[in-house]
Design a protein around this ligand. Structure first.
Ligand SMILES: [Zn+2]
Length: 332
């Protein structure tokens, strides 16, 4: 079973190598290196050095579009939406929101460049991390009642071409179906490109069945010709769920889908924004055990040292949380 962590916040290879050595000593054999818009713009060669340093240590390397366009997970900002305000998603009320639209041609072009650059770093796997339409609650933006995304020109044109009718202003079932199909189509295009460029694809879906949270039809994604690793992140504290049943349910779901479609299964363990509670490390340990016992091929923690270096989502007892994760991993 693969054992990994995400890694971010350090762009000095000398410092990073020290951390990567430690991950190896701690029994990890895979690392996800975040590749934000900033990294793409300013740190490409540095990032390639970090990826090579991981390979030198026998680690399988995942790379993700950290916060790119603000439509993937991650604590990173987007310059793309600042430079291309017309490529942002548009609410049904007409206002723009700070997230790029999956159907916008400029964003698609930008993402194709990002994808080529990400594979060029030497990545083994491109990790499509929580692709989602704009989620109002996440940024605490007050929105008009009933407003939804996206109703930009690109979406309206595609919708009309698909259904031979104007896109309605209310979020009908057909609109929801269109959102799902658009996101799926976007992923298919990017995953095909990854394969062409010589790497593999992992897709990490947010748990739950809300269309704004990403794809609801997991089976359709699992049946894609381009996916290699099916992943989800049942972050119980983030979603305010009961840990055991939540992690268990989603472990079962990815393991059975992966078995059915001959994919690798992966579960992410919450290592950020955990409650300041003496029970927290025990829960992390138990969550990891549930994933391992459930038969996943790969388990990761988000993120390294329980996000010690991101104060906004850090966890008070980060060392105990990190060690709880490591302790629950099986020996090689
Ligand atoms: Zn749109």
């Amino acid at each position: 079973m693969e054992r990994g962590t995400s890694y971010f916040g350090v762009r000095d290879p000398r410092h990073a190598e020290h951390d990567l050595d430690r991950f190896g000593d701690e029994g990890l054999d895979a690392v996800l290196h975040t590749f934000s818009e900033r990294d793409q713009r300013y740190y490409q060669e540095t990032m390639a050095d970090l990826v090579a340093a991981s390979h030198d240590r026998g680690q399988r390397v995942y790379v993700n579009p950290w916060g790119v366009g603000r439509v993937f997970g991650g604590e990173a900002l987007s310059e793309f939406i600042g430079r291309n305000p017309d490529s942002r998603q548009r609410l049904s009320t007409g206002d723009r929101v700070p997230a790029a639209c999956f159907n916008d041609p400029k964003f698609r072009g930008f993402m194709r460049e990002w994808t080529r650059d990400a594979v060029d770093l030497g990545a083994d796997v491109i990790f499509w991390d929580e692709p989602h339409w704009y989620v109002p609650g996440w940024d605490a933006d007050p929105l008009p009642e009933g407003a939804w995304t996206c109703r930009c020109d690109a979406c309206r044109e595609r919708y009309e071409a698909e259904y031979d009718e104007a896109m309605p202003a209310t979020e009908t079932d057909r609109v929801v179906e269109f959102q799902e199909a658009s996101l799926f189509d976007f992923l298919e295009e990017m995953m095909a490109l990854v394969r062409e460029e010589g790497a593999e694809n992992a897709v990490c879906l947010l748990p739950g069945d809300s269309s704004e949270h990403g794809l609801t039809d997991w089976e359709r994604l699992a049946a894609s010709d381009h996916i290699d690793v099916f992943s989800t992140d049942p972050y119980w504290a983030a979603f305010d769920e009961e840990m055991e049943s939540f992690v268990d349910e989603y472990t079962d779901r990815v393991v059975s889908l992966a078995d059915e479609y001959d994919l690798e299964s992966q579960i992410w363990i919450q290592g950020f924004a955990l409650p300041d509670d003496p029970e927290t490390p025990k829960k992390v340990e138990r969550a990891t055990e549930i994933a391992v016992e459930g038969g996943v091929d790969s388990v990761f923690m988000w993120g390294w040292d329980a996000c010690r270096v991101i104060s906004s989502i850090g966890t008070t007892d980060h060392d105990a949380v990190w060690n709880a994760y490591l302790d629950a991993l099986p020996d090689e």
